[in-house]
Design a protein around this ligand. Structure first.
Ligand code: PLP
Length: 372
């Protein structure tokens, strides 16, 4: 079956004994135990498992081509579960421009618990290789990166890591499996903030880890999901499954609109540079073309002006909402450095735009008046 078909049908057979076309939301926190005694396979308490969570986990694992998935109450809870599955003293390599919340979690929490980390530019596999030490256990990729749009070669890094028994993870929140399938390129784990394109309507907070293999490391992640307890509600899982059915078509719209916006921004007198992997001039374009089917709906651009001018431009929008986060049907933008805070490597004159599903000419009209 093709992606679009799987997105609509996968997961409906699981935890759905009534064979509803749209499965019901199961609010019950408890499930009756068999008279003959407790069977580990059965559901008994919602923190450990719930029909709606099983459905969404099956769906996202299927779409990423993984063996299993664990859903969390946020993307950052999913990221924390991976890091907590490592041992104190383990070392990770992670992008210097990784999503700022994940950077703060590593430096503010995990380093205190003994995790060692190197934040580096991950555009050249040789630089990554040079940072590997005997205790390196995980290489974390975010490609395209947030918000510098740097590209990492997933296949090259995964191959290098595999030969050294190092795990690889790709934060696939921005491209989504519609545009990029990291497990096909050899990665072990995929991370999602499902608050973004999977939810797609800026009304759900969630996260997920998809694993290529249901191995011992994934069992650790599952244990943290169940015993850490940062699980999504049945209603959120239901909403996510519902939104996922249209993911392929929404991403097609985001891809197409972003291309149009980029073509308009590129060369504008107030724009010094546009960061978008679909541009032939982007330094990572050839690798992006190899590992991506579309370039997504996120665009970063550098204002030909200072920080104050960049903030002023964002303040002038009428249609594009001034908001953080991304991946909704509505276009949003922000002066990114202001929201990243301490430790940010983002230029002071960078604006990050999440191109939505409004008519692209209306988005461009708003950009035109804001940049005038
Ligand atoms: N990964 C990326 C690439 C993100 O952009 C975000 C949030 O902005 C996260 C992870 C964290 O997800 P959440 O906000 O759902 O915790």
């Amino acid at each position: 079956m093709r992606f679009e078909t799987k997105a609509i049908h996968a997961g409906l057979e699981i935890g759905n004994p009534s064979k509803s076309i749209i499965p019901p939301i199961s609010p019950s926190t408890i499930f009756e135990i068999d008279a003959a005694g407790r069977n580990e396979e059965d559901l008994h308490y919602t923190r450990l498992g719930n029909p709606n969570r099983l459905q969404f986990e099956y769906l996202i694992a299927t779409l990423e081509g993984g063996a299993a998935a664990a859903a969390f109450s946020s993307g950052i809870a999913a990221a924390a579960a991976v890091l907590q599955s490592l041992d104190p003293g383990d070392h990770i390599i992670i992008p210097e421009d990784v999503y700022a919340g994940n950077r703060k979690m590593v430096t503010g929490i995990m380093n205190r618990w003994g995790l060692k980390s190197d934040f580096i530019n991950m555009t050249d596999p040789a630089t990554i290789e040079a940072h590997i030490v005997p205790k390196t256990r995980l290489i974390w990729m975010e490609t395209p990166s947030n918000p510098l749009m740097r590209i990492t070669d997933i296949a090259a890094v995964s191959e290098m890591a595999r030969s050294r028994r190092i795990l690889t993870l790709v934060d696939n929140t921005w491209p989504t499996p519609v545009n990029q399938l990291p497990l096909e390129f050899g990665a072990d784990l995929v991370l999602h903030s499902t608050s973004k394109y999977f939810g797609g309507h800026s009304d759900i907070l969630g996260g997920a880890i998809v694993a290529k293999n249901e191995d011992e490391f994934f069992e650790r992640i599952r244990l943290i999901q169940r015993m850490g307890g940062a699980v999504p509600s049945p209603a959120d899982c239901w909403m996510l499954s519902r939104s996922t059915r249209t993911l392929a078509y929404r991403m097609r719209g985001h891809n197409e609109h972003a291309e149009k916006v980029v073509a308009w921004l590129n060369g504008h007198k107030k724009v010094a540079d546009v960061y978008f992997p679909g541009l032939k001039s982007h330094p990572g374009h050839d690798i992006a073309r190899k590992q991506m089917k579309g370039y997504g709906g996120m665009v970063s651009f550098i204002v030909d002006g200072n920080q104050a001018e960049s903030i002023r431009i964002v303040g002038r929008s009428k249609l594009i909402k001034r908001a953080t986060s991304l991946g909704g049907v509505e276009s949003t933008w922000e002066h990114r450095q202001s929201s990243e805070g301490e430790g940010s490597v983002t230029p002071k004159n960078l604006i990050r735009l999440s191109v939505g599903l409004e008519h692209p000419d209306d988005i461009i009209d708003d950009l035109e008046q804001a940049l005038a």
